[in-house]
Design a protein around this ligand. Structure first.
Ligand SMILES: [Zn+2]
Length: 130
């Protein structure tokens, strides 16, 4: 059983790869309303993918729950697994930007167009995942 394929290494080249793992997580994100200031939709920052511990809920969604859950509490305590999953979780910012702005939910390689004086990132699809 493998880990999800991480893609943050390509961000330096303004490229980001969306995998099927990212799309599974996206499908399970807990969208809600944040009433601060003018109000806006947000992903629940306390439980982005459901009620349990972040890495445990991610592992369950990704089908990795048999990997190493604690026999006592069913949560994941392995520091390496937690670290890798939290980095994977961090990538969801780009997944959300790409899927919403391009109105597409497809695995593939996306490239960011660097435009000056823009506060948001502009993405375009470059290629399918090989
Ligand atoms: Zn435990």
């Amino acid at each position: 059983m493998g880990y999800p394929n991480y893609s943050s290494g390509t961000l330096a080249q303004n490229e980001f790869t969306i995998t099927e793992h990212h799309l599974k997580l996206l499908k399970n994100m807990q969208v809600e309303w944040n009433q601060l200031d003018k109000g806006a939709p947000q992903i629940n920052p306390y439980s982005p993918y459901g009620a349990s511990q972040l890495s445990t809920s991610m592992a369950k969604i990704l089908g990795l729950d048999a990997m190493c859950p604690c026999p006592n509490c069913a949560e994941i305590h392995n520091a390496e697994v937690i670290d890798r999953l939290s980095k994977f979780h961090r990538e969801m910012e780009h997944v959300l930007q790409i899927c919403i702005s391009l109105q597409t939910f497809e695995a593939g390689i996306y490239v960011e167009t660097p435009l000056p004086n823009l506060t948001r990132r502009i993405w375009a699809k470059k290629d399918v995942v090989r």
